[in-house]
Design a binder for this molecule. Structure first.
Ligand code: 13P
Ligand code: SF4
Length: 350
């Protein structure tokens, strides 16, 4: 676990991180992207970190890849690329910088390292895990293969490098249905998200989809009743759910898609009121770009994603600690699964 006292004393020695209204005012272009959701006093707190990270990032020649679930000060303040899991994996293959700072969870940093073995990939907090990635090991994949001989294994990118190495191909929530449909076998094993698998099974009825019993602790909390009740007392709300939600929740929604699919849907449709049935930062990150839309309703926080903070990003870049390593033999096999997904997605125009 990161020792925050140590982190703070190292940063205090090297930077002036005193909250500054003056500095915040000089960064009004950045603040304009989040002023609906971040108060001026909070931005005065973030400004010295944002300025220090952006300067250090240039000096080190680093690129910051941020997932859509990062907080607005990370998403709008310091990221070079922001996106869903598929977009970040693709960007990781294109980025020219020698250092990648992954603002997201550990499996995302591992994916970047698998795709870029010669680059340095920094993870600001190694404890930023994922309940799905923790739910299965390579032994679990072997168990599924023994149960369904000959069936290909499609593993969600929310898995460790070992699990990716033991799988045939990866998928994300934005390409899962197409990747399952493209398999030759009638039976397809999906791991580790039981709900994503069940949602895919509905969309791809020609396949027999079997699954591992993992779940996302953020999305499994929603119930269809939550959505129904919200719609009843707040008529006209467009409800948009991530496919990691149980299928009976997705059935109550007007649209379901990956995090970037959700952003695209809201941006295209511009509903008066939208409820995003997913992680809380999603609505915060798009609120300023879409002033016509009122984001309403409850959301759930991902405790893993929220481990990434400006302070930890600065410390990681300053000390070059938190370097992600993947065993070369494991990475080679895992790369095949990730590359197959990227190549098939590009071929399918996704
Ligand atoms: P996407 O961004 O691919 O939709 O994934 C969501 C997620 O839970 C990542 O952890
Ligand atoms: Fe994992 Fe769910 Fe958090 Fe995504 S939101 S990182 S799937 S626990």
């Amino acid at each position: 676990m990161l020792d925050l006292t140590l982190v703070r004393s190292a940063l205090e020695d090297a930077y002036d991180l005193t909250p500054s209204t003056k500095l915040a005012e000089s960064m009004s272009d950045i603040y304009a992207r989040m002023n609906r959701v971040v108060t001026p006093p909070d931005f005065a707190l973030y400004a010295p970190y944002i300025a220090a990270i952006n300067k250090l990032k240039k000096e080190r020649g680093a690129a910051i890849l941020a997932h859509n679930y990062m907080t607005p000060e990370i998403y709008h303040g310091i990221s070079d690329v922001a996106g869903d899991s598929l977009q970040l994996a693709i960007k990781a293959t294109e980025v020219e910088a020698d250092i990648i700072v992954q603002c997201g969870v550990h499996f995302m940093a591992e994916t970047s390292k698998i795709l870029n073995p010669s680059k340095t990939v920094l993870m600001p907090d190694m404890d930023a895990g994922c309940s799905l990635a923790e739910s299965i090991t390579a032994d679990g994949i072997a168990e599924m293969r023994a149960k369904y001989p000959g069936a290909p294994v499609v593993s969600y990118v929310n898995t460790t490098a070992e699990v990716k190495a033991a799988s045939d191909i990866c998928c994300t929530s934005s390409n899962a249905a197409q990747i399952v449909a493209a398999q030759e076998s009638d039976t397809v094993i999906m791991t580790p998200d039981q709900y994503l698998a069940q949602n895919v099974a509905k969309d791809v009825p020609q396949k027999r989809v079997v699954w591992w019993e993992g779940s996302c602790i953020v999305h499994e909390q929603y119930t269809p009743q939550d959505l129904r009740e919200f719609r009843e007392w707040n008529p006209g709300t467009r409800i948009i759910a991530h496919p990691e939600c149980p299928p009976d929740v997705v059935a109550e929604a007007d649209f379901s898609g990956s995090t970037s699919g959700i952003i695209k849907y809201v941006t295209d449709e511009l509903p008066e009121k939208a409820m995003l049935v997913t992680e809380c930062s999603m609505a915060s990150n798009i609120a300023d770009a879409l002033p016509q839309v009122d984001f309403v309703g409850p959301c759930n926080m991902c405790p893993y994603m929220k481990k990434i903070t400006l302070e930890k990003v600065l410390y990681s870049l300053h000390t070059m600690t938190g370097q992600v390593e993947v065993d070369a033999a494991v990475a080679e096999k895992a790369r095949l699964s990730v590359r197959r997904m990227i190549d098939l997605s590009k071929k399918l125009g996704l």
